[in-house]
Write a protein that binds this ligand. Sequence first.
Ligand code: HEC
Ligand code: HEC
Ligand code: HEC
Ligand code: HEC
Ligand code: HEC
Ligand code: HEC
Ligand code: HEC
Ligand code: HEC
Ligand code: HEC
Ligand code: HEC
Length: 323
Amino acid sequence: MTQRYPVIHLLALILVALCAVRTHAQEQPEAADRSLSGDAVCTRCHDETESNPILSIYKTRHGVKADARTPGCQSCHGASQAHVKNPQGTQTRPLVDINFGPHSDTPAETQAGTCLGCHQGGLRTHWAGSEHERRNIGCPSCHLVHTQDDPVLNKLTQPDVCFACHQTQRAQIHRVSTHPIAAGRIGCSDCHNPHGSAGPRLMAKDSINETCYTCHAERRGPFLWEHSPVSDDCTNCHTPHGSNNAALLKTRTPWLCQECHSADHSGPINSGANLPSGLATSVNGLLPLANQAPRAQTNGRNCLSCHPLIHGSNHPAGARFSR
Ligand code: HEC
Ligand code: HEC
Ligand code: HEC
Ligand code: HEC
Ligand code: HEC
Ligand code: HEC
Ligand code: HEC
Ligand code: HEC
Ligand code: HEC
Ligand code: HEC
């Protein structure tokens, strides 16, 4: 009899020690957050031993306990009773009701609908019918919600998320002239709203020019002398992601200018030029001026040396777009 007490004592001691370890674990700041009410139904099996960092979700905005809007596991994955209970006792559990990721059997629409339940509106106002939505690119194609720092939300790591599908742009941002995208100063989402847009090409604003003006406001004018291709569309002359010509130009001057103008001041706008819509009439207005003499000689000199203020100018006299 007396011999058994120490054994029981020992067991008790081990128990106390185990409890202490558990309590200690729960007291650690990261661990303490891991008890969002309700999640225990999942976290009793999915814990920190998981190879993928499932519980890191508690270190994200989806883990803010004090916020009543914070989702639990089942807000995103569904009640998943079959998965939790595994009534058939199969070796591999039935899948959760809503699963995400590359091997998901949940339609992209249902996946997105789950997220949109809380994230409708705002940046996602134009999600329905957007280029990505129509191509079945679901929210998790870009967002990692179980990862502490979702790469797509960080300007430095965001481009790589997009480049997984947009290889052309990956090459473009390393050309001679670029926006400082590789440097992380500008993200794709400064110009694009990947969730959808009222403008073309998923522009962040309603048009390409409005998007450019958010950072290049001085190009908006108003100018006394407007250069209509500028107010029409910056991409008449520039390419946004990268160019082998200076200043992100699509073509070098004077060839760029000669796409629309004659090389020698000898006439009106080049016929067959790729003119901005609705400009044909104002272009013909150049004719009288073109017929005046004496003519300034271009002599193959760069147009910009005499017309440097190419985006518009305010000087009332002299050649247009000069200082
Ligand atoms: C009794 C233990 C247990 C419970 C409870 C449990 N899971 Fe699982 N879960 C597993 C196991 C084990 C796997 C790995 C797949 C397999 O072997 O069945 C898994 C796989 C998964 C997967 C990846 C595969 C898939 O189904 O898409 C997800 C997501 C998942 N569980 C979510 C949940 C959620 C959410 C809950 C709570 C509603 C939950 N689990 C509750 C044991 C459990
Ligand atoms: C905000 C929605 C959301 C919440 C909340 C959420 N998940 Fe997930 N879960 C996802 C998405 C999306 C994926 C796909 C991978 C990713 O985005 O990280 C995923 C993937 C998983 C996987 C599979 C991981 C893999 O790589 O195979 C498991 C297991 C899982 N979740 C369990 C849970 C558990 C347990 C909880 C609660 C602690 C939970 N999830 C809460 C959205 C959610
Ligand atoms: C039950 C509601 C709910 C669901 C479902 C939900 N979220 Fe959230 N989500 C939130 C809340 C609340 C925040 C914090 C917002 C805030 O602070 O303004 C948030 C924040 C985010 C953020 C911003 C994170 C950050 O660091 O800024 C992203 C991205 C996000 N959710 C994506 C998703 C995706 C993808 C899904 C679906 C897989 C999803 N959410 C499902 C409630 C939800
Ligand atoms: C093609 C990639 C892509 C897809 C698909 C995508 N997102 Fe995003 N998401 C982003 C990027 C990039 C940002 C950062 C936007 C910014 O900084 O302006 C973002 C930001 C967010 C944010 C935080 C900013 C905010 O609006 O409050 C939430 C929430 C969000 N996304 C939810 C979703 C939901 C829900 C879906 C699916 C319906 C989704 N996203 C699909 C790329 C994507
Ligand atoms: C400075 C603004 C700006 C930035 C930053 C930007 N884009 Fe764009 N993007 C545009 C404009 C303007 C267009 C439409 C005109 C064009 O295609 O030349 C466009 C077009 C696109 C297209 C459609 C191309 C096609 O030919 O249909 C894709 C895809 C794209 N961008 C992806 C990206 C990705 C990925 C990033 C980040 C690495 C990015 N963009 C950064 C302005 C930008
Ligand atoms: C999972 C693949 C995938 C990812 C990731 C992805 N896209 Fe796309 N994106 C597509 C597909 C598919 C299209 C439609 C076909 C095309 O234009 O290539 C598209 C189209 C576009 C377009 C052109 C829209 C138009 O009107 O022509 C832009 C701009 C764009 N994506 C930007 C982005 C940005 C920015 C990111 C990262 C935040 C991103 N995409 C991430 C697959 C993806
Ligand atoms: C988010 C801010 C932002 C937006 C939006 C933006 N830009 Fe820029 N742009 C910059 C920055 C920053 C630089 C680099 C300036 C520097 O390096 O000093 C730059 C540089 C340029 C340059 C000169 C490049 C060179 O090599 O000298 C051109 C041309 C240009 N942008 C055109 C555009 C056009 C066209 C748009 C719209 C499609 C646009 N930008 C939208 C921030 C922006
Ligand atoms: C008619 C052709 C044309 C159009 C259209 C055009 N640009 Fe330019 N842009 C140029 C040329 C040429 C240069 C190079 C100027 C130089 O080298 O002095 C330039 C240079 C720039 C620069 C960098 C040079 C600097 O001054 O720092 C920015 C930024 C810029 N453009 C923005 C825009 C924006 C924004 C739009 C649309 C609102 C636009 N451009 C439309 C021809 C054009
Ligand atoms: C996409 C076509 C296009 C390109 C490229 C273009 N222009 Fe123009 N330019 C026009 C049109 C159209 C007008 C007539 C403007 C109007 O009437 O509003 C014009 C007007 C002018 C004028 C003023 C004519 C006057 O009324 O006195 C000058 C100078 C000029 N452009 C120089 C240039 C130079 C230099 C370049 C190259 C850097 C260039 N343009 C590139 C279309 C273009
Ligand atoms: C030596 C300075 C100089 C150079 C170089 C120059 N221009 Fe001019 N340009 C002028 C002057 C001055 C005018 C005013 C009208 C005049 O006197 O001919 C003018 C007028 C124009 C006009 C108004 C219509 C017309 O034909 O008279 C256009 C368009 C034009 N230039 C385009 C260009 C283009 C394109 C280039 C480059 C191929 C260029 N310019 C090079 C000085 C120059």
